[in-house]
Ligand binder design. Sequence first.
Ligand code: PGA
Length: 267
Amino acid sequence: MPAAVFPYNHDTIFDMQHIHPLIIGNWKMNPVTVSEAKAIITSLKTATKKYPTATIVVAPPALFLLEVKKLLGSSTIALGAQTMHESPVGAETGELAAAMLTGAGVSYVILGHSERRALGETDEHVNRKVTSALKAKMTPIICVGERDRDNAGNFYALIETQITVALLTVPAARLKNVVIAYEPIWAIGTGKTASVEDVQEMQLFIKKIITKLFSRAGANTVRVVYGGSVDVQNAATLYTAGGVAGFLVGGASLKPAEFTKIIAATI
Ligand code: PGA
């Protein structure tokens, strides 16, 4: 079997964005029961078999990670976490460390999601978490995005700061293991998707920032995905015309048939 179907091999070089699209399902605080979580995974496992070239990640609530991992078995669907703590171990009530997640079979971790930033997570926290995730051989999915779009374009500076600080301690050689998710806050869970032009422009802007910080070659290995009300209707256009490497999907990722159609839109 070609190595490409094991996309969560941390050492794979990801420079073929459109050959191996990356689709991440962020379940957030859903569903409420483990039996519902199992039902989603069971359907997804069957439905996604048709798309072996897609890198599919599911990020269930932390409490369900072990059950989901067991159920995934030999499936190529990878397991993601929705957040983690920056410290490797210690007195951090309610938190989870990177090694606990990798021990549970997690290979991707969403960091700096706007719903975590709203609880006080700063760019500096995100940077330390990215460092810890990479050290633990997990792929960080760094979420960036503006709350509003002002006519003066100040949101560009905010995105630049979020990325610059998040990548501050990342060695150039590890860029290929980094995913950036552009998630404008105004588009999350609102049904208001960014336009194809917005998405295309922002993914180019993100690549430009990384080129400035590292190199063009480095920027080409970072996968930039889009998130914010991605659904069956808009996925194909956003993918083909938006120039992104894939999607971070919230609401629609809880519906296996819809999530599968979003994956199919990237193939
Ligand atoms: P949404 O969420 O797809 O429900 O808008 C995306 C996200 O928050 O990652």
